[in-house]
Design a protein around this ligand. Structure first.
Ligand SMILES: CCCCC/C=C\C/C=C\C/C=C\C/C=C\CCCC(=O)SCCNC(=O)CCNC(=O)[C@H](O)C(C)(C)COP(=O)(O)OP(=O)(O)OC[C@H]1O[C@@H](n2cnc3c(N)ncnc32)[C@H](O)[C@@H]1OP(=O)(O)O
Length: 258
């Protein structure tokens, strides 16, 4: 058992290295035009993301009937920049990529189906475990590899109440951790949150749509420093400001406690 877990862990570690992801998962039709090496790796990894997953899991980052007009407008705004048309009418990649989102990364990653059966088969991603559409966390992330930025459009449902009529601070922290954690993973491979420093500036009305924008501050060895701000959907009101520190980890530490 321990040996087979170890083998699976090694596979995940290989999966976690950017160069390995680039080699294993690049799709034959992928063309990468960016010349900076680091940017190329990140771009290729994001392009390859959908192929990390098996055929038909539900992708929660796609619109559903609960999404309001603000959520849809912002989704369309970024989604339309994922593919752009040249003057000659040809389609090519744009600056943004939509990240697919599943209720268990482990289960749908290559080889992970075995692991997900051994380790807590009922486990689900915290933000994707409420079935009622619109009741809790509705969100979609987009990544801009050249600018090393992520944005998340987030519609906060009625089950996330904290102060009456407003979103719970823990739910806001959850979304910030999700966005900055995903961003750090894209930039640095497997990481864990070591520090989240959150300043709550103004409350978020329940049911509203807000924008989370995350950017890389710096990388130092195993440390990835990210900043994130949460604003109203038109950017006019600042709700939350955050700095976050992520530390790179070996995936096996998480699974075997080695
Ligand atoms: C597999 C990849 C596939 C690719 C996927 C692609 C796309 C990504 C898609 C999805 C991503 C998935 C999910 C994203 C969603 C959510 C993200 C949630 C993330 C979390 O929700 S995660 C849970 C909460 N998180 C914890 O549960 C951590 C508990 N904790 C620990 O597990 C350890 O604590 C650890 C590992 C953090 C460090 O432990 P360690 O032993 O490795 O390192 P150590 O302590 O030696 O520190 C080394 C240097 O960091 C400095 N340092 C350490 N901690 C610091 C702190 N707090 N503040 C300031 N500096 C700090 C030291 O001072 C030293 O600095 P120096 O080297 O300069 O002396």
């Amino acid at each position: 058992m321990a040996r087979s877990l170890g083998r699976i862990c090694k596979g995940f570690q290989r999966l976690g290295s950017l160069s390995s992801i680039q080699t294993q998962l690049r799709q034959p039709s992928t063309s990468v035009s960016v010349s900076v090496r680091g940017t190329t790796l990140i771009r290729t990894m994001v392009q390859a993301l959908p192929s990390l997953f098996s055929s038909k899991p539900r992708d929660f980052s796609l619109p559903n009937s609960s999404w309001g007009s603000e959520m849809m407008q912002l989704y369309e705004h970024y989604n339309s920049q994922c593919e752009v048309e040249t003057e000659g009418g040809e389609k090519q990649e744009g600056p943004w990529r939509r990240l697919p989102s599943y209720n268990r990364l482990l289960k749908y990653a290559t080889g992970g189906v075995y692991l997900s059966k051994i380790i807590q088969s009922k486990a689900r991603l915290f933000t994707r475990n409420i079935r009622d559409p619109g009741a809790a966390f509705e969100y979609v992330l987009f990544v801009n590899s050249e600018e090393q930025k992520c944005v998340c459009v987030f519609q906060a449902g009625h089950l996330l109440e904290g102060p009456p009529g407003h979103v719970h601070g823990g739910a806001i922290a959850t979304m910030i951790d999700t966005v900055t954690g995903t961003h750090a993973t894209i930039l640095s491979g497997p990481v864990m949150t070591a520090n989240l420093n959150i300043n709550y500036r103004s409350p978020i009305p329940l049911g509203s749509t807000v924008l989370l924008e995350s950017s890389l501050d710096k990388k130092e060895g195993r440390k990835t420093f990210i900043s994130c701000k949460v604003t109203s959907s038109d950017g006019s009101k600042l709700h939350t400001e955050t700095t976050a520190l992520f530390l790179s980890i070996n995936f096996s530490h998480l699974l075997l406690g080695e």
